[in-house]
Design a binder for this molecule. Structure first.
Ligand SMILES: Cc1cc2nc3c(=O)[nH]c(=O)nc-3n(C[C@H](O)[C@H](O)[C@H](O)COP(=O)(O)OP(=O)(O)OC[C@H]3O[C@@H](n4cnc5c(N)ncnc54)[C@H](O)[C@@H]3O)c2cc1C
Length: 428
């Protein structure tokens, strides 16, 4: 596949990453060109519902769809499942893990982010993160295995450790995970287990700042913490984790023993961003111009979680799915215009339609425009929006209907343990 474009060939657009930004770009691009989409996975993943897979509410196939099938009606798009390992801007080419080199006329970099441990990389091996389907399945395996082991042990200390779940990081992922874990342990498992009292299970959420959900208005942050506490989550605010080892988490003057330590405290751009050779911020995001191109190269666009995009008021465009989708649409308009030799749009403008986080059944917070909602109305809004996404993703209303029905009745059908639990917990 090592080939340059001949003058007679159509311009070649190479897209790295089939997440929200890259996929939207591929669906929206118009014009006489050929597109190659490269992703190390063969699927597009709906990350906002990963915690549902981790807590046995949905199975993996319900939140992911093969990129090839999504793009089957776009004959000019070729999908390649491989990892991009290097980018050579001077040669306008990228290198793949299998040794191939691809040349581009335009490069759209949309490789997203990865879990960040803020310099404590050793904690990666001692906790489980939540970013990919593999992560969600490992998390689910850990929780289900821990409770199975708790059911058969007579050692009280061991049992407590197996039934204690610690979530580090009170952002949307941490809040959603902690709430879902509390419901799983205290409501759903209660019907399943005979020897253990699952009401004794503990879920701790540890957050370094003075409230959960830092990007939300104060009222909603406080409401989210209250809703979590009502579900039985122990919310520890203003505490940074200082050590994680041997199934122990240290924060403040406390040490908590837990076989289930989950890390949701941060995201940073993937290391491949360094290959672009541009300026990056502390989270590895690439600084781009207002049209999402690199300051010194208008043939390279950076989109989604990998991009550091400043808004007119100086704030940054948030690393959330709607922002990535909007960038994908903008980039498609820009390159389509250039392909036609027309004037390209100059400035990406992020339209903030709001933010929401669910905490449990009928518990959520949402800011939609100037409205601030919490409790059941916010939860209904969350459910509606995620249903629309899922229907769009799966085109299977029946799957979605089954999920809603099971969710409303506190049923978690995906409580199956596949494969072996990893060695990360000495208790398991
Ligand atoms: C657990 C979780 C929950 C979230 N919940 C919400 C939510 O409720 N609402 C919301 O708006 N946002 C949420 N987000 C954030 C949202 O998912 C991201 O902002 C969004 O996915 C960013 O889109 P993207 O296209 O930039 O990157 P991604 O969607 O991450 O896609 C990047 C793609 O690039 C591929 N890739 C990476 N490196 C390479 C490489 N070297 N070679 C080839 N392919 C590569 C990856 O496989 C991936 O498919 C959540 C994120 C997580 C992790």
């Amino acid at each position: 596949m090592n080939r340059k474009n001949k003058a007679t060939e159509r311009p070649h657009v190479v897209v790295i990453g089939g997440g929200f930004a890259g996929l939207t770009f591929c669906k929206r691009l118009r014009g006489n060109c050929r597109v190659t989409l490269i992703d190390k996975q063969n699927h597009h993943l709906f990350q906002p519902l990963l915690y549902q897979v981790a807590t046995a509410g949905l199975s993996a196939a319900e939140i992911a769809q093969p990129l090839r099938s999504i793009l089957q009606n776009r004959p000019n798009v070729t999908c390649i499942m491989d990892e991009v390992t290097a980018i050579d801007r001077s040669a306008r080419s990228i290198h793949l893990a299998d040794g191939d080199e691809l040349h581009y006329n335009w490069l759209v970099f949309a490789a997203g982010g990865r879990t960040s441990y803020f310099g404590h990389d050793q904690w990666a091996g001692r906790t489980l993160g939540l970013k990919t389907i593999d992560d969600a399945l490992a998390l689910r395996r850990r929780i289900l295995s821990s409770f199975e082991r708790a059911e058969i042990t007579d050692d009280q200390e061991q049992r407590r450790k197996l039934m204690t779940m610690v979530v580090v990081g009170g952002g949307p992922t941490g809040v959603e995970l902690a709430g879902a874990l509390a419901e799983l342990a205290k409501v759903i498992f209660r019907r399943d287990f005979r020897r253990i009292d699952t009401a004794q299970a503990q879920v701790l959420l540890i957050e370094g700042s003075d409230g959960v959900l830092e990007s939300f208005p104060r009222k909603l942050r406080d409401s989210a913490a209250d809703q979590l506490r009502k579900l039985g989550v122990q919310v520890h605010l203003g505490h940074r984790v200082t050590a994680i080892e041997n199934d122990q988490v240290r924060f403040g003057d406390r040490i908590v023993e837990s076989a289930n330590i989950f890390w949701t405290a941060g995201i940073e751009a993937v290391p491949l961003t360094a290959q672009l050779g541009g300026e990056q911020d502390r989270a590895g995001r690439v600084v781009v111009r207002s049209d999402l191109t690199l300051p010194d190269d208008d043939r390279v666009l950076v989109l989604g979680d990998a991009a550091r995009v400043q808004r007119g008021d100086g704030s940054l465009v948030p690393g959330i799915a709607p922002a990535a989708i909007q960038m994908g649409k903008f980039a498609a308009r820009l390159i389509s215009a250039r392909l036609r030799g027309e004037l390209a749009p100059m400035n990406f403008v992020y339209r903030d339609k709001g933010i929401m986080a669910t905490i449990g059944r009928k518990a959520a917070v949402a800011r939609i425009g100037r409205w601030q909602l919490s409790g059941p109305p916010a939860w209904l809004g969350w459910l509606f929006i995620h249903l629309l996404f899922l229907i769009g993703l799966r085109s299977k209303i029946i799957v979605v209907t089954q999920w809603v029905w099971a969710y409303l009745r506190y049923q978690r059908g995906a409580r199956i343990i596949f494969g072996q639990d990893s060695e990360k917990s000495s208790a398991s």
